[in-house]
Design a protein around this ligand. Sequence first.
Ligand code: FAD
Length: 479
Amino acid sequence: MTSPRPAIVWYREDLRLSDHPALLAAANTQAPVVCLFVLDERTPGVRPLGGAARWWLARSLRALQESLRGRGVSLVLRRGSASTVIASLAREVDAGAVYWNEIAQAPHQRVADQVAAALGGVATHKFPGDLLVAPSQIRNKENRGLRVFTPFWRRVQSLGDPPKPLPAPKKLNGISAIASDALEDWHLEPTRPDWAGGLRENWRPGEATAQARLKAFLAGGIAGYSGDRDRPDREGTSLLSPHLRFGEISPRQVWHAAKFAAAEHPPLSSDIDKFLSELGWREFCRHLLYDVPDLATRNLQPSFDAFPWKHDTKALRAWQRGQTGYPIVDAGMRELWHTGVMHNRVRMVVASFLVKHLLIDWREGEQWFWDTLVDADAGSNPANWQWVAGCGADAAPYFRVFNPILQGEKFDADGVYVRRWVPELKQLPDNLIHQPWTATPLELASAGIELGKNYPRPIIEHKVGRERALAAYASIRNR
Ligand code: FAD
């Protein structure tokens, strides 16, 4: 009896073993399996990863290598154009078939089509894997995706539960001695300078951590989620976003685990529903990206093409470095730089501040987030920036300008979050922590603060910023 020809499993944004339809299907054929990750940084339309996401990718690949090694399979790493690399590996190992999970994004689908074409007669098997529901299942009468979240989410829910997650393969047959790049040679992690200390301190990428985090969150952390999710001073959210971003856990694993927890603990149902609706926002952003591949560059509302953005490098730099003089904004930007994430409420506040108070184009902020977030996502990042800027789908109206002082006082009432990230303000009493410039000279002196020296004065007064933003908006409103 001849043994089956090897099956290649092409890994992309699905760095896990469980609920991996492509891996399971390949394993079920009993053929020897070659797992492959291609670093393809020049694909037209696919955005090269930012610095923080590259760090995550390196660690996540290492975790995947270890899990696969534990099952007798090595992860082959190769660099170059995916179609060339995969076709050449297929010849090298005389592959009988190539398996992969689809990514519902136009440029990724184009690459997958090129791979299939380059493989000639080799069979290809594709599976859905990165969403709860395929974009083709949620269309309006004009065959377009829905642009408003509430009906979108209602429609997703009306389709019932997504298919149950698949188990990891029980057995994998590996092949030995296939040439692979060394992960270190890809230089995904920064060295000179090594700015990733805060990332190492805060994160352990990989499927095992993702599963453990979900389990712990559903076992207790989720109680009170509906209110706590807005509080940057509390640990009230799941912190699953980078794990979801790299597919270390699948959205349907999260969905089913959450539904199970709700059935087991009915008092948690409303918090769990809220949590699932946030997963729904991820889905919504990705469906939007499916329809609008240039979401990161094009205003969804064309009237914003005429918006009078300011080119203010100095203000942009102050924002990036957490030196705006608004404690909640500065705390968020420093949290981002140190940990690679920022609390969702604060993301909204800092984004609004950049776009409205500073009148800086949302694309500048989106790009900075893209480079510094470990969860930088091709759908969620631009969709949320457009939402905050007022130019997106189902967007917050532009005239709703967040007041950074009130946002701080409401969601970080005791200043715990600000004191953590802006330690120079630590000694200020709670009533001044979100507006140090209103302190008397004596209060400032006893807190060890010299405004303009060891903490900046506000780079723009709130009232002035707000009025300027509204005037800029009025200039495009009737176009
Ligand atoms: P939880 O509250 O535990 O939510 C569970 C999951 O739901 C998250 O892991 C995430 O996958 C999803 N989710 C939650 N809120 C949103 C949202 N508003 N939009 C889309 N998905 C959501 N999220 C990213 O994953 N990547 C990004 O690049 C990103 N950029 C953002 C930019 C801006 C300007 C704003 C305002 C929000 C952005 N978000 C982004 C959404 C949100 O801030 C993060 O998903 C959230 O903070 C992650 O923390 P968590 O995993 O603890 O969330």
